[in-house]
Design a protein around this ligand. Structure first.
Ligand code: ADP
Length: 498
């Protein structure tokens, strides 16, 4: 077993140093005086003591961000090319420290090292590079509305942006938030998830090294309710909140925004239909179903957690799927051979196990998994689990498990599956597997979701927008659409009349 030995841990020394908040370009102890612990979910051991930022800490971070925005060089004095250079430099530093960052992400989150190394780290760097490109291309327009006036628009940053992110892709979510916000000239206060704050703190160091002026990037670690998250969402001097997380928390954020009517963008949960027709390339669709639900231990908001199988292909598909899932190797994330790690926390492990019991009681048939693995005595593991004979009305088909639990729902024809695909409160993503372009396009247009994959799953690029319909949230991240989220339009009328 090729597990990384302690002496090979590149982040070991860094981990042992005291962790602080990043406020106004300096690492400071929390005024709250409080700390919480971040765990390794594979071993249940404490990795580090993390500052629990309180109200005063959030106030100081927002003040620093405000000062940097109004009086600092970032937006007012630096050229867009200089801002772009900071973002490019950060991308370079991420690549330079790629192995260390990958290990840190795997230790804190549990995900397989191959995913951290080949997905999270490179995509984080690419996202910064993509938005570095945007920094020099954000433009207003001239409008020939009335010859007595010269009329033009300015595209300006929103100001101070609060960003609250989840634990499933800690580094990548940071990049999705910082990249466009900083390219537009905003200043930010980031609140990482309490389960996985480590890579954000390391990226804070790299941001300082990349030359971001003081106060442009601030990081306040802490919890959600009655802690840094809530204080940031409620803050009267924050101009916008960008949030990724659970839909229930999203509702709280929206209410919190009412105080000063700050702008809000939300990327929330999902219960994606992954639809396989009998005419599909079945081998490819089986692999797609596995990526769809087991990538990142199923802790993916766009996970293909409802697998709709056309009846004609159901049994053949299930045989192939179960054979492959049986060979998936579960274990410590730092083991090079691991393809499925632990859930991020005990709470998430229990949530999965609870839903497994609910599904059994509802009459779904357990085809594999359904428990924690017997051979892994420690760690928050849940075996890859598949239920067949699921009906779309069941809770296991309607509620987000956020774990490696798949519901298989048989269907007769396109009309039936089209109706069921949309019978859910979420609308983040969906997928269709077929060789018939008409069927593919019909469903791509019919499914109410922000992303549709045809004959593929979980494909991403910083240039392609991502976000939700219905209760999966609003606003589109990535691509040029994220530039719109982080900027304001100002119309200027210049009177030319005598
Ligand atoms: P999960 O339940 O999967 O952890 P959450 O939506 O609770 O998802 O968490 C996502 C992020 O939102 C985390 O950074 C968390 O600390 C933060 N958060 C949770 N509750 C609140 C809240 N009431 N106000 C602001 N932020 C919150």
């Amino acid at each position: 077993m090729a597990v990384v030995q302690e002496k090979e841990l590149l982040c070991k020394e860094w981990l042992s140093k005291p962790k602080k908040l990043l406020i106004n370009g300096k690492w400071v102890e929390p005024k709250s005086g409080k700390y919480f612990e971040s765990y390794n979910p594979a071993t249940e051991e404490v990795l580090a003591k993390i500052p629990e930022g309180g109200k005063e800490d959030v106030d100081l971070a927002v003040k620093a961000a405000r000062h940097a925005f109004e009086n600092g060089p970032w937006y007012r004095k630096m050229t867009t090319a200089q801002r772009a250079r900071c973002l490019y430099k950060l991308a370079e530093l991420i690549e330079k420290n790629a192995d260390e960052l990958a290990q840190l992400e795997t230790l804190d989150n549990g995900k397989p090292i191959k995913e951290s190394r080949y997905v999270d780290v490179p995509m984080t760097a690419e996202t910064f590079r993509y938005y570095a490109g945007w920094a020099t291309k954000i433009e207003g327009e001239t409008i020939n509305a009335n010859s007595d006036f010269f009329t033009y628009t300015l595209r300006e940053p929103v100001g101070v942006v609060g960003q609250i992110i989840p634990w499933n892709f800690p580094m990548l979510m940071l990049a999705w938030k910082w990249g466009p916000a900083l390219a537009c000239g905003n200043t930010v206060v980031l609140k990482p998830a309490e389960q996985t704050p480590l890579t954000a703190l390391r990226l804070g160091e790299l941001a300082l090294e990349a030359g971001f002026p003081e106060g442009v990037v601030n990081i306040v670690t802490g919890l959600g309710p009655d802690s840094a998250g809530e204080f940031l969402a409620n803050h009267m001097d924050v101009d916008k909140i960008a949030f990724t997380g659970e839909d229930k928390t999203g509702q709280i954020i929206v209410k919190a925004s009412a105080g000063n009517l700050k702008r809000v963008s939300l990327e929330l949960g999902g219960k994606a239909p992954n639809i396989v027709f009998a005419d599909a390339d079945i081998e490819a669709a089986v692999k797609g179903a596995i990526t769809g639900i087991f990538f990142n231990q199923g802790q993916v908001c766009c996970a293909g957690s409802r697998l709709f199988l056309e009846k004609a292909v159901h049994d053949e598909f299930m045989d192939k799927l179960l054979e492959r899932v049986g060979k998936m190797r579960q274990g410590f994330g730092l083991d090079e051979d691991t393809v499925i790690g632990p859930q991020v926390s005990k709470e998430q492990q229990e949530r999965c196990l609870d839903y497994i019991e609910i599904a059994k009681k509802e009459g779904a048939k357990l085809a594999c998994g359904g428990a924690r693995p017997e051979d892994l005595k420690k760690g928050y593991f849940v075996k890859p689990t598949i239920f067949t004979d699921v009906n779309n009305e069941m809770r296991i088909a309607q509620e987000e498990v956020f774990g490696p639990v798949l519901s298989v729902i048989p269907f007769k024809n396109i009309e039936e599956v089209a109706e069921q695909a949309n019978k859910v409160r979420y609308g983040l993503s969906g997928a269709v597997w077929t060789r018939d372009v008409k069927k593919a396009h019909k469903l791509a247009s019919h499914i109410k979701a922000g992303t549709i994959w045809v004959n593929c799953y979980n494909v991403f690029d910083p240039a392609v927008p991502f976000g939700g319909y219905k209760q999966s949230g609003y606003g589109r991240e990535l691509g040029k659409h994220s530039i719109e989220l982080y900027s304001n339009i100002k119309s200027v009328w210049l009177n030319l009349a005598d």
